[in-house]
Design a protein around this ligand. Structure first.
Ligand SMILES: [Zn+2]
Ligand SMILES: [Zn+2]
Length: 126
């Protein structure tokens, strides 16, 4: 009997991918560990995702999380500013209205105060 070509310890019992290997090496050659749940599954069942292998359950989870994260992003974007493409026009108008109102009020008071100041200056000169 030949020794396993992979671990050189146990006796080779099977031929996998052209190599005579032992049972445990055959298992690790035919199965891949899921990056997330660490379960060993046949290669054909695993999915390569961003450089790591995942089982069908975990890849499902990951895709669900990703789509949730994207939904979250879309929901959050309007809060970032008026320029955000998903902003509701009403909210933008409201924000602008408040700001313009404040500015108008500030301008009004500035004008009034400068008039009063001018009146006092004149009075002091007289
Ligand atoms: Zn082996
Ligand atoms: Zn998994």
């Amino acid at each position: 009997m030949k020794k396993c070509e992979k671990c050189f310890g146990a006796l080779a019992t099977r031929v996998v991918e052209g190599m005579e290997v032992c049972d445990s090496c055959a298992f690790s050659l035919e199965n891949i560990q899921c990056f997330k749940c660490q379960l060993y599954l046949p290669k054909a069942e695993l999915v390569l995702w961003r450089g790591n292998w995942y089982c069908p359950f975990c890849i499902n989870d990951i895709r669900m999380e990703e789509s949730k994260a994207e939904e979250h992003k879309e929901l959050k974007e309007p809060e970032l500013g008026e320029g955000a493409p998903h902003s509701s026009p009403i909210r933008v108008a409201r924000k602008r209205g408040i700001r313009l109102g404040k500015e108008a009020l500030a301008n009004f008071f500035a004008k009034v105060f400068s008039k009063i100041a001018r009146i006092f200056e004149k009075k002091e000169k007289e």
